[in-house]
Design a binder for this molecule. Structure first.
Ligand SMILES: [Zn+2]
Length: 266
């Protein structure tokens, strides 16, 4: 599932390509991904408006429109935005003022599209915890000190800190040399600092490579993000750790597959 680096990559791609363009026509091929309103209202609310601003809140994309409304997009498992699209696989296609199509594909129909009057009042967004980039080291350390939860599920808890999912939580904890099953409270000051720095380093690197295309995620151009080749533990069960040669392990933690090196991470 796309996490902060993938959604940030799409946001930056969208800024270069669709910003300032007008939505001429909306074709809804499958209304199941439009939440909270009819396909008709959705089409009417979008047609004729210009894309004024592209924002990202954690893993959610927001396209602010000239009519004051916002298109809020949650890609979930298999959502893709592709430009220029051909409409062949799309659930919804947006015809833009340049004559080209912006396609929204979603093989498994888990994605969520919403047209909102005010995205700031959307409960899901209001409840998001701070993003790593909004926190100081001191704030982060304080947040951890009151949590007894295991560190990996805590990093993935969007109300605690937003933007990190299963993949980057594993990579971040490997870089911090922290066992994913440790309780947050048990981390030393030094470990908390290392963790804080690792979060930003891993996310920054992933953004630089356009994210990780491990499932259906692709960039706006349809190209894959190339960060997966730099993963140290995620998806590498049984393969040797690049540092100590111990086989990478996969366990279930909080119901999620968790990759780590039993030798490097304590
Ligand atoms: Zn190792």
């Amino acid at each position: 599932m796309p996490e902060l680096p993938e959604v940030e990559t799409i946001k930056r791609d969208l800024e270069k390509i669709v910003l300032g363009k007008k939505i001429i026509e909306v074709c809804v091929h499958n209304p199941a991904i439009i939440r909270q309103m009819s396909a008709d209202k959705f089409k009417k609310g979008l047609t004729g408006s210009t894309i004024k601003n592209v924002l990202r809140k954690a893993k959610t994309l927001i396209l602010e429109l000239s009519n004051g409304k916002s298109l809020v997009i949650h890609l979930k498992m298999t959502g893709q935005l592709v430009y220029p699209g051909d409409g062949k696989k799309s659930r919804v296609s947006f015809k833009l003022s340049d004559g080209k199509m912006l396609d929204f594909n979603d093989q498994r129909l888990f994605a969520e599209l919403r047209l909102l009057d005010d995205w700031k009042k959307f409960k899901f967004i209001k409840e998001l915890g701070p993003e790593p980039y909004d926190l100081s080291m001191e704030q982060f350390k304080e947040m951890l000190s009151v949590k007894k939860t295991k560190i990996k599920p805590l990093l993935m808890d969007q109300k605690f800190i937003s933007g990190i999912g299963n993949l980057y939580a594993a990579e971040i904890l490997f870089r911090s040399k922290i066992d994913p099953a440790r309780s947050a409270q048990s981390l030393t000051e030094k470990e908390k600092e290392l963790l804080f720095n690792s979060i930003k380093q891993v996310l920054d690197e992933a953004i630089r490579y356009g994210g990780s295309s491990v499932d259906d995620y692709v960039r706006l151009s349809g190209e894959r993000g190339t960060y997966a080749q730099y993963h140290k533990v995620y998806g590498r069960e049984g393969e040797r750790c690049f540092f100590c040669k111990t086989p990478v392990k996969r366990i279930s933690l909080g119901g999620r597959g968790t990759y780590f090196c039993p030798e490097c991470q304590h």
